[in-house]
Structure formats: C-alpha cells, structure tokens
Write a protein that binds this ligand. Structure first.
Ligand code: ADP
Length: 189
C-alpha cells in the first residue's frame, strides 16, 4: 500500500494536486476538509458539530478525526493506497494515525509538503473567497487558519522528519510543473 500524505498550509494547492496524484497512481483521495463540508451540506450530526468550528478557522477536535479516517479508509477496499489531504494536522492525529495504520499492518509511506510563503497564501485564499465563497475564506478567518497551521500543524514536520519520511517541493509555479515535481519524488522511491 502506498500511503501518501500531502502537506502544507491552507491554500498551498494540496486539493488540486491530490486529485491528480490519486488519478495517476490509482490511489483513493481522502480529504478531511471535503468530508466535513459534505457533512455540513447534508446537515448530519457531525456537520452540525463542526460547522462553527470550521467557519472560525479553528481545528475540529482530534478525538473526532481518527474514526472519520478509519471510516473513510474502509470505504475503499482493494485500492493500491491513499492520498491523505488535510490530515493529520496535529501531533495527536499523527500518532493516532500511526496506531491506526499499525493495526492494519501498514505505515505512512511519504509526507510531501508544498512550500508556499504566507503572502502568496493570503493572496490565493482571498481570490478563492471571491470565486467559491467558502465561509472560511474571509480575511480574518484566513489569518487565523494560518496561525493555527503554524502553531499546531507545522510541528508535524519534525515528527515525520524524525521518521525519515518528510520531503518538500516548491508549491509556486504552474499546476503542471508542481505536479511533475511531485511525480519525480514519488517515482524515485
Ligand atoms: P485548507 O487546508 O485549504 O484550509 P481544508 O479543506 O483542508 O482546507 O480544511 C478546512 C477546515 O476543516 C480546516 O480549517 C479545519 O477547521 C477543518 N479540518 C480539516 N481537516 C482537519 C483535521 N485533520 N483536523 C482538524 N480539523 C480539520
């Protein structure tokens, strides 16, 4: 199984690249953000629980994540692996995830970050706000999401570097160029 984590700040292009990677390498794409947005749209109990948290740019509590992940993985039997997009986002999630994968006799194969600086991120997210109108893409919420990322998610770089699984490519450039750099890393494994 190829268990690939795509990593990086909000707006770094994880979603766009994940879809392309999943298609090329025949992997299932699991985006926790998409799962939450679907639950909010469908007004499920989970959607109700997370709506205001997401709209404020904070993280959904760790306790909720691992079951959601396990569930999502179980919905794809017989795949060659996964692209995890937006998960894990905290150290607790990363260590719960290692336990979950262990239990399934699997492991994280690679964590690849898209490197994009804060100014570029803010510009991109404000533009996305105009186009898609996501309620968590207002200026205040964007700033909060970045600070949450820096405080709670950035430390995972150390976690996965220690496991010798972390690498990064530049997230600036055309979608195709970035995709090609990611493929070059995967193909070199
Ligand atoms: P982006 O990374 O572009 O900001 P996502 O679609 O990945 O957007 O996530 C949107 C929101 O969903 C996050 O700001 C957070 O509130 C929530 N969320 C998604 N994944 C997680 C996670 N692994 N842990 C906690 N909250 C999450």
């Amino acid at each position: 199984m190829f268990n690939f984590i795509i990593f990086g700040p909000p707006g770094s292009g994880k979603g766009t690249q994940s879809i392309k990677i999943a298609e090329k390498y025949n992997l299932a794409h699991i985006s926790t953000g998409d799962i939450f947005r679907k639950n909010i749209r469908e007004k499920t109990e989970l959607g109700h629980k997370v709506k205001s948290i997401i709209e404020s740019g904070e993280l959904v509590p760790d306790e909720l994540l691992i079951d959601i992940l396990e569930d999502a993985m179980n919905q794809h039997a017989n795949v060659k692996g996964f692209v995890f997009d937006g998960f894990p986002r905290t150290c607790r999630q990363a260590s719960d995830f290692d336990d979950l994968l262990n239990k399934r006799n699997e492991k994280v194969s690679l964590v690849l970050a898209l490197d994009v600086d804060d100014n570029e991120i803010i510009g991109r997210l404000l533009k996305r706000a105009e186009m898609e109108g996501r309620p968590d893409d207002t200026k205040e919420v964007i700033e909060n999401r970045l600070s949450v990322y820096n405080k709670q998610t950035q430390p995972l770089i150390k976690f996965y570097t220690k496991q010798n699984k972390f690498t990064s490519v530049s997230g600036i450039g055309s979608v195709e160029d970035i995709f090609n750099s990611i493929c070059a890393v995967i193909d070199s494994l």
